[in-house]
Design a protein around this ligand. Structure first.
Ligand code: BGC
Length: 749
């Protein structure tokens, strides 16, 4: 055995030489997998030069950061996120690298996941996408997103989990666990208060603490404290006049202080603006900055990042504290040890049958049946049926577009493909009419769909063709909605209005007049206005469903799957009914004179989504939590184990639910709580529990919910603590925010 001593010279830059003695044949502590991670980090840190510590804090390419090559510590590869693994781009640019082995499975958008109200489905989602990331050599998935749905105009709502902090919390935790089981970090984004896209770099959110803690932080908190997220991404916008990628209150006080986050804070791409703030205000890793050099290709571009040479210079001249540097480097090393340096992580898999099956299952679980008069659905194919499909979204690829979540898929089943495949196995024929022309382009960042959707006919000609064909059909299925083009469901812009674009309302109304068996399938990640709601017997909310989208839609339409999704957001009848828009003419806020900054005040406070509709008694188009089934459910009388709840105790409510129809189905049983006489303004009720149960025809099952005093609390901003006041409360067992089956009063003393 070799016994001689080798000296490793550590670091050659800036006179920061250190040397560590290592005995050949001995495993250094940082490489010794039998040791705990913290001891290994201590050892690695002790061996690193200042320059090496700084180097791991910023990007070396569009999506990667270096490790410590001298010590054999690997770097980190990140990827979008959150619906599939983004295709490879060039080292320094957004353009495609042109690889032919970087196609993925697209999973349904996170709004669909939220609509499943099924934490097990979220675990399946996280596991599956984590495996794809792992196979593609990625260490961090830039997702999931849990910004609260505040306005239906937000172009990025489709990447988030709806309007309720409790629902988003319950769904984000298993997603993260599933991803991280693979030795891949989830990067929860965009922390925080990134609730619309326009002016996203210059919006300063003004919000009271109670609203912050009750509405906008809980899902992030759950992601950190329960999900154990290894990274979190700062948002582009500002809060308290500081960018959220280096925001002292949000990152130092709340995230790392109150919640004890031990992972790394990653900037959004180009979200870093200042070295001093980045150093002191909690940022750990900087990505996507567009500093001198990068735009014209100078080789030192990454050295110009705020957390690169400018930071090093401050350390050298003594204006930056080395303890802060060590904390950042420690967090990044922790990330590396948990991911790229974890030799025990699984290998993952890409485009596997299992992943396609998972994508289809998530879609099946999340599609929401909004309306089904005369039981138009499921399609009856006992005798020969002619089905007419109308609409651009029946044929348009939806996995390309939308911004950073755009994907290059191995395959995508369109609704028309899915319907045709299902029809071929039963007594049905399928015809198609375009109906309207929306956006015929099909390209994002160099990924092209290859579809030629051009159609030069006028709207009148397109409607005439659709109506003509509809007259001879047994069923008409209109597939429309939004798409992922700019100004629709797409990053970096918001929608202009609640209504459907491209004249779709006129097409739907014309079809409704022609054929009574009209089904509207709305593909979107946002609520849309439905002025024709009374004219159409059946409406299906289909979300962006990814690779297996068309199969999921067909599974539900043909009844292979009994729909069980519930809305994770309120569908308003009018935009003015939404709190934000009721309280201000311009949700973007007010532009400061002589500055680019827009102050956006969240005037509605905690009354977001159904909390506003319920409290103000405004009738929504479709309420939060709404979703029908092909079977029916009856709720029995709930029982409580006590009527008086004391501190330290819990109260259990049990309700029997019966499937009263003739086919198997799943119901999401919801529990809301009201504070009858609150000392502060409180929403009429708030979601505090839910359970998705599957029932055979005639079967009854009991669902139990536990309520603790903490579930009744509101955030007292002055005292900076959660407070439960004594008094009267009500628990509501419900099948949606407006469909309450039973109310149970109780007191807290
Ligand atoms: C988006 C992030 C994304 C990043 C990297 C940004 O523009 O806001 O969500 O992860 O780009 O693509």
């Amino acid at each position: 055995m070799l016994t001689h001593i080798r000296h490793i010279l550590c670091g050659l830059s800036a006179g920061l030489l250190t040397a560590v003695a290592m005995t050949a044949g001995e495993v250094p502590v940082y490489l010794d997998e039998s040791r705990d991670i913290e001891s290994r980090i201590d050892d690695a840190l002790a061996r690193m030069t200042t320059a090496e510590k700084v180097a791991i804090l910023h990007a070396q390419s569009k999506f990667s950061s270096p490790g410590v090559p001298r010590l054999g510590i690997p770097g980190i590869w990140t990827t979008d996120g959150p619906h599939g693994i983004r295709p490879e781009v060039l080292w320094d640019e957004w353009d495609q690298a042109g690889w032919t082995n970087d196609s993925c499975v697209a999973f349904p958008a996170l709004t669909c996941l939220a609509a499943t109200w099924n934490p097990e489905t979220a675990l399946l989602y996280g596991r599956s996408i984590g495996q794809e990331a792992r196979y593609r050599g990625k260490d961090v998935i830039l997702g999931p997103g849990v910004n609260i749905y505040r306005t239906p105009l937000n172009g990025r709502n489709f990447e988030y989990m709806g309007e309720d902090p409790y629902l988003a919390s319950r769904m984000v935790v298993p997603y993260i666990k599933g991803v991280q089981e693979n030795g891949v970090a989830a990067c929860v984004k965009h922390f925080a208060l990134n609730n619309h896209e326009r002016n996203r770099h210059t919006t300063n959110v003004i919000i009271d603490d109670r609203t912050l803690y009750e509405i906008y932080l809980p899902a992030f908190r759950a992601a950190v404290k329960e999900g154990g997220a290894w990274t979190i991404m700062g948002a582009y916008n500002l809060y308290q006049d500081q960018h959220l990628c280096h925001n002292s209150r949000m990152l130092n006080d709340i995230l790392k202080g109150e919640w004890g986050f031990d992972g790394a804070v990653i900037s959004d791409w180009g979200g870093t603006h200042d070295t001093a703030e980045a150093i002191t205000n909690g940022l750990d890793m900087e990505f996507g900055s567009w500093t001198n050099g990068l735009s014209n290709g100078a080789s030192n571009a990454y050295d110009n990042y705020y957390l690169a040479h400018p930071y090093l210079r401050k350390l050298q001249d003594g204006t930056a504290d080395s303890r802060v540097l060590d904390d950042k480097a420690r967090r990044v090393l922790r990330l590396i040890f948990r991911t790229s340096m974890n030799r025990n992580r699984p290998y993952g898999s890409l485009c596997s049958d299992g992943h396609y099956a998972a994508a289809r299952q998530i879609g099946n679980d999340g599609i929401v049946l909004l309306k089904n008069d005369r039981k138009v659905l499921p399609l009856l194919t006992d005798s020969p049926k002619r089905i007419l499909v109308v609409g651009e979204n029946a044929i348009k690829m939806m996995t390309v577009g939308g911004g950073s979540s755009s994907l290059k898929v191995q395959r995508e089943i369109s609704p028309l493909d899915g319907i045709r495949a299902a029809a071929s196995t039963c007594n049905a024929t399928v015809d198609y009419a375009r109906g309207y022309v929306g956006d015929v382009t099909g390209e994002y960042n160099g990924v092209v769909t290859g579809q030629d959707l051009t159609d030069s006919r006028t709207p009148a000609e397109l409607i005439a063709e659709a109506v003509d064909k509809a007259a001879g059909a047994d069923y008409v299925i209109f597939v429309g909605g939004l798409n992922k083009s700019a100004g629709q469901d797409c990053e970096d812009a918001d929608r202009e209005a609640l209504g459907l674009p491209y004249g779709q309302d006129a097409v739907i109304s014309a079809l409704a007049k022609t054929n009574p068996n009209l089904v509207v399938v709305n593909v979107s990640g946002n609520a849309v206005a439905m002025p024709w709601v009374k004219e159409v017997p059946a409406i299906v909310q289909a979300w962006f469903l990814g690779s297996e989208g068309g199969n999921s839609v067909a599974d539900v339409l043909f009844g292979k799957v009994n729909p069980s999704g519930k809305l994770p957001m309120t569908f308003p009848a009018r935009l003015e009914d939404v709190a934000v828009h009721a309280l201000t003419d311009n949700y973007l806020g007010t532009k400061r004179p002589d500055s680019d900054i827009w102050d956006a005040e969240y005037k509605e406070g905690v009354l977001v989504g159904y909390r506003w509709f319920d409290t103000r008694k405004i009738k929504p188009l479709f309420p939060f939590g709404h979703g029908l089934s092909y079977t029916t459910f009856a709720y029995g009388r709930p029982r409580v184990d006590r009527k008086k709840l004391l501190a330290g105790e819990t109260l259990t409510i049990t309700v029997p639910v019966t499937n009263t129809g003739d086919r198997e189905g799943a119901e999401v049983v919801q529990l809301y709580v009201s504070d009858v006489k609150a000392p502060v303004v409180r929403p009429a009720k708030e979601l505090k529990g839910f359970s998705k149960i599957s029932l055979a025809p005639g079967e009854t099952r009991e669902v139990s919910f536990t309520i603790s005093p903490e579930d009744l609390a509101y955030f007292d901003a002055a005292a900076h603590q959660w407070v439960t006041h004594p008094g009267k409360y009500q628990a509501h067992v419900a099948s949606s925010a407006t469909d309450i089956a039973a109310t149970v009063p109780f007191t807290f003393e």
